[in-house]
Ligand binder design. Structure first.
Ligand code: ATP
Ligand code: MG
Length: 271
């Protein structure tokens, strides 16, 4: 069932695990055409939040609507088919001998390792997406033996193969070298600018990875929302210093942000 007017909406979401409150009163609205970045310290709840949105976890309390489908009224398996998940938590469930090509194709069926009879066109499509991400040459290797950067590209190819309406990127640049990272960011920017772009949500620890098409930002601190809105209003030194608990400098240069911990202010070093 579709709830009109809401693209992605969380209202009063709580998530408790092992009696620990991991997310608390999270409310967040994403409108069609926006791309968001999510920032927060290690353990602040970013991945958990994204797993909730992708329907891999169920909230302890609160309401979630994703792509117009309200949780509790929709088949989450159907929802997952419309979402491209690009994050390393999937890597653990890849069968060790699975070929990279099969790994990419598995994204089409949103179930790792289990295929609803892929056909020749799926393999053609996988090679095409992998070509765009410059990983076509490794498709015949077993996934398990590949380098971190190679796996990362395959994860992205896997996330894009079924032309999702929402792409969730959980630290997609981790393990990539400087040039590979720029190539990937450029790919995301090109995608983000195209009129038919899926909605993107990007988790990163590095402000310079937030390309201009990521128009909005959500900040998490210990499972609570510490800021949400247009990026220029949220990615401020004050709010960033607040969520990390240390003085941070941040500036926008040529449409990208650059940040660093203000080491001297942190340690009261006058030199
Ligand atoms: N399966 C689990 N069982 C118990 N606690 C968990 C589980 N998964 C996550 N947590 C806890 O929930 C909190 C939030 O974890 P989460 O992975 O969402 O953080 P994160 O913001 O993505 O961190 P990072 O930047 O390190 O990826 C952490 O304290 C983590 O230890
Ligand atoms: Mg995480």
């Amino acid at each position: 069932m579709q709830s009109r007017g809401k693209w992605i909406s969380l209202s009063g979401v709580k998530f408790v695990r092992n009696r620990r409150l991991i997310l608390d009163e999270v409310s967040w609205e994403i409108h069609q055409g926006e791309h968001w970045t999510v920032l927060g310290a290690n353990g602040s709840g970013k991945t958990t939040l994204l797993q909730l949105i992708a329907g891999y976890l169920w909230p302890t309390a609160g309401q979630i609507t994703v792509l117009g489908r309200r949780f509790g009224e929709t088949d989450l398996r159907e929802l997952r088919k419309e979402i491209g998940w690009i994050g390393s938590f999937l890597q653990a469930s890849v069968p060790p001998a699975q070929k990279a090509l099969d790994f990419v194709v598995s994204g089409k069926y949103a179930t790792l390792g289990i295929f609803a009879k892929p056909d020749a066109s799926d393999y053609t499509q996988a090679r095409e997406v992998a070509g765009r991400l410059r990983c076509a040459h490794i498709l015949d290797q077993p996934y398990a033996v590949l380098s971190q950067g190679e796996k990362q590209r395959l994860l992205i190819a896997r996330g894009l193969i079924h032309k999702p309406r929402l792409i969730i990127l959980d630290e997609p640049c981790s393990g990539l070298d400087l040039v590979s990272r720029e190539e990937l960011l450029f790919t995301l920017e090109t995608l983000g600018r195209s009129p038919k772009s899926p909605t993107m949500i990007l988790v990163t620890h590095h402000l310079e990875e937030i390309m201009p098409s990521f128009t909005h930002a959500l900040l998490l601190k210990a499972g609570r929302v510490a800021g949400a809105g247009e990026r220029d209003e949220v990615l401020t030194p004050e709010l960033l210093s607040h969520i990390f608990g240390v003085p941070i400098r941040a500036e926008n240069m040529d449409g990208r942000y650059w940040s660093k911990v203000d080491f001297r202010a942190w340690h009261n070093d006058p030199a």
